[in-house]
Design a protein around this ligand. Structure first.
Ligand SMILES: Nc1ncnc2c1ncn2[C@@H]1O[C@H](COP(=O)(O)OP(=O)(O)OP(=O)(O)O)[C@@H](O)[C@H]1O
Ligand SMILES: [Mg+2]
Length: 362
């Protein structure tokens, strides 16, 4: 049984159709992310689960219980808001204990629970510190502790890390993930950062315009995006026109603009009848700039380097191939013995049948 079942959710704000027939199941203990551009409806969907939105139609079921008439404070969920609101004039312990206010517990019981949860979020010994005297990352942990102290079945997190700088953010990503696995709580995590969604989640729902465009495991979303739009949103992707030739038992034969003929394996092609026009999505890291004398295992194409971008660990080359409208981007790892090529040079690109994923050009 799913921990959260959303079925045909429709939500209008006046005329504006904010959620368009959203259905999905979120499993118990899952780290589930909602990813999409600003305004696509992520917060609205999270608030729907929490019980803060009046729906036009559709149902929310949590742990097998229909939520239609259940107010937010009676749901087995807790939410960490987009702008984390902690009370600066209170101590850390008072902030965290605020999460227990409805329970009317005694002093020693409260202190025990606050101590436990502060330890879990890495703030042991900070209870008496004034909340205003904390760093951004520490405040975020306090907000998290306050949401966790009631041991909700489901924790809803609305871009909890977006205010943090990059290093702290990466550190908190790892910690949040660990905490979620340790506690076994179902997390529904909103982000508009694709790397964050990739590294943290068991599954990711990509949303555009109030709809779920694709719901998959993170690796699958990256490797096999269902549409051009998902492919382009989720990491760098070369999109090249492809002409359909034939489908065989093992895959689909196509002619890819600039690259040439390929037999794309069946798992990287759309199932069922092929609807044309098609295009091929090719990740920059699945193309290789060949060294002099090196030969490609499967296919080779030649082009002129039009731009070189050195980024420390990787170098990105823009390479104009004959027959392609625009340059393809190729990323190469900078190893100790690999020379960085210059703009204007001729480059040979090595690639394979599994470098491409076929997408219907909708
Ligand atoms: N109370 C409201 N009244 C009218 N329109 C609203 C209301 N709340 C949200 N919207 C609209 O609904 C759409 C979805 O909003 P939502 O806050 O869910 O987006 P989001 O995906 O969380 O975006 P962001 O990444 O910027 O937080 C937006 O176009 C927004 O303007
Ligand atoms: Mg939002």
């Amino acid at each position: 049984m799913a921990m959260i079942a959303l079925s045909h959710i429709q939500k209008y704000y006046g005329e504006y159709h904010a959620l368009r027939d959203v259905s999905c199941d979120i499993e118990e203990g899952e780290f589930f992310s909602l990813l999409g551009p600003s305004g696509c409806g992520k917060t609205t969907l999270l608030r729907t689960i929490a019980g803060f939105e009046e729906l036009n139609s559709g149902t929310v079921t949590i742990a097998g219980q229909p939520m239609a008439n259940v107010p937010p404070n009676k749901r087995p969920t807790n939410m960490v808001f987009q702008s984390y609101a902690i009370f600066p004039h209170m101590s850390v312990a008072q902030n965290v204990a605020y999460g227990l206010r409805a329970r009317r517990l005694g002093r020693s019981e409260t202190d025990g629970l606050v101590g436990d949860v502060l330890r879990k979020v890495g703030l042991e010994g900070y209870g008496n510190r004034a909340a205003h005297a904390l760093s951004g990352g520490q405040r975020q942990r306090v907000a998290l502790a306050r949401a966790l102290i009631l041991k909700p079945k489901v924790l809803l997190l609305d871009e909890p890390l977006s205010a943090l700088d990059r290093n702290l953010r990466e550190e908190m990503q790892t910690e949040l993930r660990r905490l979620q696995k340790d506690l076994g709580i179902t997390f529904v995590f909103v982000t508009h950062d694709q790397d964050e969604a990739l590294t943290m989640s068991d599954r990711v729902a990509v949303m555009f315009d109030g709809q779920i465009a694709q719901l998959s495991k993170a690796e699958e979303l990256y490797r096999r995006p269902a549409t051009k739009r998902v492919a382009a949103f989720f990491g760098a992707m070369n999109i090249l026109p492809a002409a359909f030739i034939e489908r065989t038992e093992t895959g689909v034969s196509v002619q890819i603009a600039g690259l040439g003929h390929a037999h794309v394996p069946a798992h990287l092609a759309p199932p069922g009848a092929i609807i044309t026009p098609l295009c091929a999505g090719v990740r920059p890291e699945l193309l290789t700039v060949l060294d002099p004398g090196q030969t490609a295992r499967e296919h080779e194409a030649t082009g002129i380097i039009t731009d070189v971008e050195y980024r420390g660990e990787l170098t990105y080359y823009d390479i104009q191939l004959e027959g392609a409208d625009q340059p393809v981007v190729v990323s190469m790892r900078n190893t100790a013995d690999r020379q960085i090529l210059t703009e204007g040079a001729t480059a040979r690109i090595g690639w394979g049948n599994a470098s491409a994923v076929l997408l219907e050009d909708t």
